[in-house]
Design a protein around this ligand. Structure first.
Ligand code: PMP
Length: 423
């Protein structure tokens, strides 16, 4: 069933997603009926990528079946239709994050490309020798490496906000890092390795007091929290479509219009120009200045359908449901002997990472997989986080609103089995 015929009808009041609602919503996700090694799929790898509702699958299929054409350049009807669909998706996403204008929504490949766009464009323009970029100790590699590349090129320095053993950033240390040489603060909104929800409003406020812009890596947050970029007052926000029930290969960079206007293009090519001669090129207006080449049109349309689907359920409902699941799972896994949770921040979104005494995370993942339970094991592209906690890897279960208590029970049962195998 697609978003248009939602089982829920109009958005429900916050906190009212019942078990029955969840059972019905699960019907929207065809893959949840899959069997893995003959067992029902228990999908607890949502932080890596979320599953796709029928509304998204259908929107992509409909696009290729009856609207496919290139955008922005055609006078023929099909091209106009494709352009309209693609630009409508941009407006849906603008509303989803409450950006002031749709020109502040740049379609990119995902959070990684969004961050690389800012480091290559804003960073190259504004960062000079001796300047500093501030990141945090819990960043995904995609919010570390682009800044390292920039720092190496410019002779600038990467500074790191430390965290405590719960996985919470130390704001008093952050304050000490901000100084006249700071050019940008780039921090993750919700950590994929720990689940920590960072106090980003405070982080932004403190940076702005020093006239420093802030980029938030929202790859995880966008699926779990209601977003309002104007209320947050962030300068840049990076999102991956595939983590918010949309397709892979599409995401967005939000940027404040005045900042984006002042930035040079990231890539050159078709669509990002107003006119070209061999002597001089004039660039297109926002958002097209940053969208060189034929974009992922069907991806954009699919992402538009995904945010429409989420809005119909209601992000508040999703957040409440996921918090309930996280509390239940945290409580249940604490009964497993030798289990050490990694990431116990007071403010967390649906991530439960842990290690089991003397058992490698990959062995945990492999044994659970035999029972159809999909979790992620490894460093989660956050090697500095693993170093902080002195572990090579963790096992991570990550939740979506479509997960159930029964699935959490299956995880706990699976972990007991892992213990037995290794006892
Ligand atoms: N940041 C965080 C916090 C993430 O969890 C991820 C994906 N694991 C990324 C950035 C990168 O996202 P993508 O690979 O979709 O570009």
């Amino acid at each position: 069933m697609g978003a248009d015929q939602s089982v829920l009808g109009p958005p429900a009041p916050p906190g009212s997603l019942s078990d029955l609602d969840v059972q019905r919503l699960r019907q929207d996700f065809p893959i949840l009926k899959e069997k893995i090694h003959g067992k029902p799929l228990v999908y607890l790898d949502n932080a890596a990528t979320s599953q796709k509702p029928r509304a998204v699958i259908d929107a992509i299929s409909r696009f290729y079946s009856s609207e496919n054409s290139n955008v922005h350049r055609g006078v023929h009807l099909l091209s106009q239709r494709a352009t309209e669909e693609y630009e409508n998706a941009r407006i849906k996403i603008q509303r989803y994050i409450n950006a002031a204008d749709s020109k502040e929504i740049i379609f990119v490949r995902g959070a990684t490309e969004a961050i690389n766009l800012v480091s290559n464009s804003y960073g190259r323009k504004h960062v000079q020798e001796g300047d500093e970029i501030v990141v945090s100790a819990m960043e995904h590699h995609s919010n570390i490496v682009p800044w390292q590349i920039l720092c190496q090129e410019k002779g600038a320095r990467l500074r790191v906000i430390p965290m405590n053993d719960r996985g919470e950033l130390l704001l008093e240390e952050y304050e000490k890092l901000l100084n006249p040489k700071t050019r940008l603060v780039a921090v993750v909104h919700v950590s994929n390795a720990l689940g920590t929800i960072n106090p980003v409003r405070k982080i932004i406020e403190m940076a702005h007091q020093n006239n420093v812009p802030v980029l938030l890596d929202g790859a995880q947050a966008a699926a779990h929290l209601r977003l309002d970029v104007q209320e947050l007052d962030c300068d840049f926000y990076a999102i991956s479509g595939h983590k918010v029930y949309g397709p892979t290969g599409i995401g967005i960079l939000y940027g404040k219009a005045d900042l984006l206007e002042s930035m040079p293009p990231y890539q050159g090519g078709g669509d990002m120009i107003r006119s070209v001669t061999f002597e001089k090129t004039l660039y297109n207006v926002l958002p097209y200045k940053f969208e060189a080449g034929t974009p992922n049109i069907a991806g954009g349309v699919g992402l538009g359908a995904a945010v429409g689907y989420i809005e119909q359920i209601g992000m508040e409902n999703i957040s409440v449901r996921e918090q309930e699941l996280l509390s239940y799972a945290t409580e249940q896994v604490s009964t497993i002997p030798g289990l050490r949770p990694i990431g116990t921040a007071r403010e967390k979104a649906g991530v439960l990472a842990f290690v089991l005494d003397g058992i490698h995370a990959h062995d945990i993942g492999t044994i659970l997989d035999q029972d159809g339970i999909a979790i992620r094991t490894g460093h989660h592209c956050t090697q500095p986080v693993m170093d902080h906690f002195g572990v090579p890897a963790t096992a991570r279960a990550s939740f979506s609103f479509y997960n159930t208590r029964e699935e959490v029970d299956a995880l706990v049962q699976g972990l007991r089995k892992v213990r037995e195998v290794f006892s």
